[in-house]
Design a protein around this ligand. Structure first.
Ligand code: NDP
Length: 260
């Protein structure tokens, strides 16, 4: 098989349900032969855990752990477990974001300091802290993949503070790539996905209009699927992408090249 990830250990964050982009990525990594570790955002009643456990069971994750990226103890526990069970990490998928709903519509200038901090901490800083924890465990040629969106570089209606978080995330990709490349050839890249209906995107005001706009204007005249993003992640995780690092790769049906 040209794209073969067998024997690779992959930690996938950000699966909430079967619409999650992280779910599309997990499935394609599994199909390519990778062994999966899955983290979920815990809630008090354990509902998210039960849901994600049931969804991911067919992929037989070797690790299944709670991880709120605002909880340093939980993050540390994940990497301790990973070290004792796997001893190394080949693929790290950062596929999570959050901003207060009030900050994802209306006037951007109304963003509060608290809303700014929350969005930037969860959606951007978490990639840096995950890479710091993973650094001693990264194998030779390991691959880090995160998810971003065009709102980082254009003023997309309602994306507001999340656009700033994605700009910071993309800058982090470059700094992390520069840091992690020399010693062990670790590559860090972002996939900039076109709009897809998910739990997170439904919080962004006017997301359906944005999807329709893409369907009308993108060169491919459609939006993309979780599976297409997953295929790109599998490629980036594989030796086929061994020369690619510090990049933002657009998986958006070509929308970003249009003048609209
Ligand atoms: P989902 O809602 O399915 O995924 C977002 C994930 O982030 C959820 O699993 C959510 O957990 C998790 N999360 C939120 N806060 C935290 C936290 N503090 N700690 C750990 N996890 C947390 O939406 P998507 O699949 O759309 O989002 C995945 C990524 O893709 C995000 O970075 C998003 O910005 C990006 N993206 C999405 C696009 C889209 O149109 N959908 C387009 C381009 C990029 P829970 O749901 O349990 O709260």
């Amino acid at each position: 098989m040209l794209l073969d990830l067998s024997g690779k250990k992959a930690l996938v964050t950000g699966i909430a349900n079967n619409r999650s982009i992280a779910w599309g990525i997990a499935r394609q990594l599994h199909l390519a032969g990778a062994e999966l570790g899955v983290t979920y955002l815990p809630d008090e009643k354990g509902r998210f855990e039960a849901k994600v456990r049931e969804l991911t069971a067919p992929l037989n994750p070797g690790l299944f752990l709670p991880m709120d990226v605002q909880n340093p103890d939980q993050m540390q526990a994940v990497f301790q477990q990973l070290e004792s069970q796997w001893g190394q990490l080949d693929i790290l998928v950062h596929c999570l974001a959050f901003a207060n709903k009030a900050d994802l519509a209306g006037d951007f200038s109304a963003t509060t300091a608290q809303g700014f901090r929350t969005a930037l901490e969860i959606s951007a800083y978490s990639l840096t802290s995950l890479c710091h924890l993973a650094k001693p465990l990264f194998s030779q040629g390991a691959s880090v993949i995160t998810l971003t969106y065009l709102g980082s570089e254009r003023a997309v209606p309602n994306y507001n503070v999340m656009g700033l978080a994605k700009a910071a995330l993309e800058a982090s990709v470059r700094y992390l790539a520069a840091e992690l490349g020399p010693e062990k050839q670790v590559r860090v890249n972002a996939i900039s996905a076109g709009p897809i209906r998910t739990l997170a995107s439904s919080a962004v005001g006017g997301i359906l209009e944005m999807i329709h706009h893409v369907e009308e204007k993108a060169p491919l005249r459609r939006t993309v699927t979780q599976q297409e993003v997953g295929n790109t992640a599998a490629f980036l995780a594989s030796p086929l992408a061994s020369g690619i690092s510090g990049q933002v790769l657009y998986v958006d049906g070509g929308y970003c090249i249009t003048g609209l």
